[in-house]
Design a protein around this ligand. Structure first.
Ligand code: ADP
Ligand code: MG
Length: 631
């Protein structure tokens, strides 16, 4: 036996490790199990190169809980270590890594977040154990099995032991204040979280299942009797879908993997993208498009980040652009530096490359889907549009690609991509200033009257009804030349798309001035601006509209934009009187003041009614007045 002091500069680092890494103690298990996986993978590698000529045998890793003796053991059949290797890898190198970490992050805020990204490695076991033993036998021929033992003094003891099977056992003597790690459920939970897709089978105890009675006995109905059977509890799937080649996978496999990833989720994803790069960085993964509809739900199925199948985190905001965090699935890359802080991560050039790679992949996939089967893509559009809008708003590279597959749907249910749509409407919907106007409505039902008037002129009305639409419209207007958007109820259609063709007015200036107070006295003057316009006779007698500008200002205010800057924006509307409509002529010619007022009020109410703005008492009065007028 020999004794020694672990190579440290800091007096006693262990209390610091314990204190600091408080909230993330559980990662010790991830570290030890992934070390066991590494050791196993190395052995497989040596076997393939001929450096190891023995039998590989069953390479399963075992996690063994012994609450009575207060130990937790991680046992592998990997390469093991000689006493020289223990000295090199455990006494010297491993510790300096841990020490560096503690030095660097001592007292820094968020240190416990960083630890999740940091391979503190073997020494993280001292967060939960008062004593740690390594019992190991190297795969090298003629090796002597050794035991290393330390209670984190930081002294250690090394001795030769009897051990006949190749590999390493790490025995943790769990300390009093970490008793939770002697509970089966707790350990199972950690394994589920971090080890679910590790590439080597991991067994944790046994579980019971029901199997057919091996004796062939039948029950009263003649069916084979079923009996309980203890089976190994394997916690992981060593070959998750993303580690396979896309050509080996069918749609069912992707669906099944989605359920494996999110067992609590009942949704079916829309489609997926299989990522696979090996240059200039390594990255694999599967991203799923959820069905978003109009709700951007609080993200329950987050993208999970793995490094060589070891779970790292499910907060990937630093690695993928924000709009892509709406997606579900996994990304696995050993090239994402995990031993750095989060703010550093964003400026890392590899991470930037990964992020733009993923963005490009997603855009290419959408483009390809649209090109290959536009009809099918259209059926998915309602679920996709929020995502695409969000992407176009937040990422210019994505925007450029998305112009080809961002669709506009019109009130007739027809779809076209942005560039085709603009080409299609250009001949008719371009005004005297050569601006092409995209007419839109968030709700064709509510704007039925306006939509119909637009359609009478052969114009097209697009439906823009997502919560992001207002932002998206502004973005498009800033990007597209000579194109602007106007909500279909923002003015009379002649004014929205002004062709410069004046219709002569049937009312003189004097007549208008005389009539104006008649209408004004019948509305709230603060809210409604009365104005005359010479529209066609077939247009409505009165239109209630809200200018595009006013409405946008109000929307901004609601979204908390420019609110304070101009003070509160009152809700105001234009009451446009069609000077050419026969009804307006009739009102003008009505001599009795009472009757004139009644007619004016009725005409205003009709306009409000067609806009869904006539409610409560006003509506009741309108109904009785109508009955009276019919009589
Ligand atoms: P890292 O895994 O990042 O190298 P660790 O602190 O986790 O750092 O481990 C230090 C070293 O100890 C490993 O690189 C490896 O050489 C050795 N080691 C740890 N666990 C095992 C094991 N189960 N079998 C063989 N070697 C191991
Ligand atoms: Mg390690």
């Amino acid at each position: 036996m020999s004794k020694g002091t672990i190579n440290v500069q800091t007096e006693n680092i262990f209390p610091i490790i314990k204190k600091f890494l408080y909230s993330d103690h559980e990662i010790f298990l991830r570290e030890l199990v992934s070390n066991a996986v590494d050791a196993t993978q190395k052995l497989k590698f040596f076997s393939s190169t001929g450096d190891f000529k023995g039998e590989l045998g069953d390479l399963k890793i075992e996690v063994i809980l012994d609450p009575e003796n207060k130990t937790l053991t991680i046992k592998d059949k990997g390469i093991g270590m000689t006493s020289e290797e223990i000295d090199k890898y455990i006494n010297q190198i491993a510790f300096s890594g841990a020490e560096e970490f503690v030095q660097k992050y001592k007292g820094k805020e968020g240190a416990d977040q960083i630890i999740g990204h940091f391979g503190l490695g073997f020494y993280s076991s001292f967060m939960v154990a008062e004593k740690v033993q390594i019992k190991t036998l190297s795969f090298k021929e003629g090796s002597q099995a050794v035991q290393w033992e330390s209670n984190g003094d930081p002294t250690y003891e090394i001795s030769d032991i009897e051990k006949n099977d190749r590999g390493t056992e790490i025995v943790l003597h769990i300390s009093e204040d970490s008793k939770e790690f002697l509970e089966k459920g707790r350990i199972q939970g950690i394994l589920d979280k971090y080890c679910k897709f590790l590439p080597v089978e991991i067994q944790f105890g046994t579980s019971t299942t029901w199997v057919e009675d091996p004796s062939g006995e039948k029950d009263e109905n003649g069916n084979p009797k079923r009996v309980e059977k203890e089976v190994e509890n394997i916690v992981n799937n060593p070959n998750p879908a993303w580690s396979k080649s896309p050509s080996d996978l069918k749609q069912e496999d992707y669906d099944a993997f989605y359920r494996e990833l999110y067992p609590m989720s009942f949704d079916q994803p829309l489609f997926h993208i299989h990522l696979n790069v090996d240059y200039p960085f390594n990255l694999t993964g599967i991203l799923y498009f959820p069905r978003l509809k109009e709700h951007v739900e609080v993200q329950k199925n987050k993208i999970q980040l793995y490094s060589n199948q070891v779970f790292i985190t499910d907060s990937v905001e630093e690695i993928v652009p924000e709009f892509l965090t709406l997606l579900h699935g996994v990304i696995d890359s050993p090239d994402i530096p995990l031993n750095v802080s989060r703010s550093y991560l964003q400026s890392d050039s590899n991470v930037k490359k990964i992020s733009s790679y993923i963005t490009k992949k997603v855009a290419d996939k959408l483009n390809e889907m649209y090109k290959n089967d536009p009809k099918d893509f259209e059926t998915k559009w309602d679920d996709l549009k929020i995502f695409v809008e969000y992407g176009m708003l937040s990422d210019d590279k994505f925007y450029d690609k998305a112009e080809k597959f961002a669709l506009l749907k019109n009130t007739k249910g027809e779809y076209a991509n942005l560039s085709d749509y603009i080409e299609k409407i250009k001949p008719l919907q371009t005004d005297k200033d050569e601006k092409t106007i995209i007419l839109y409505t968030p709700n064709a039902e509510e704007h039925h009257h306006f939509v119909e008037k637009a359609q009478e002129r052969g114009y097209d009305v697009a439906i823009l009804d997502s919560p992001l639409s207002p932002h998206w419209i502004s973005k498009l207007e800033s990007k597209l030349e000579k194109v602007s958007f106007a909500r279909v109820d923002s003015d009379s259609i002649e004014k929205i798309i002004d062709k410069g063709e004046e219709i002569p007015s049937k009312l003189s200036k004097e007549e208008e001035d005389e009539l104006k107070p008649v209408f004004e006295s019948n509305v709230n003057k603060e809210k409604f601006m009365v104005q005359f316009e010479s529209l066609s006779e077939t247009d409505a007698p009165i239109l209630v509209t809200q200018s595009e500008f006013m409405r946008r200002m109000q929307e901004q205010q609601r979204l908390g934009g420019n609110a304070g800057m101009f003070g509160a924006f009152p809700e105001t509307y234009n009451l446009t009187i069609n000077s050419n409509h026969p009804l307006i002529g009739l009102i003008k010619d009505t001599k009795t003041e009472k009757k004139r007022n009644k007619l004016a009020k009725q005409a205003i109410d009709l306009a409000l009614l067609s806009q869904g703005m006539l409610k409560g008492k006003d509506l009741t009065e309108f109904v009785s007045r109508s009955i009276e007028l019919i009589k």
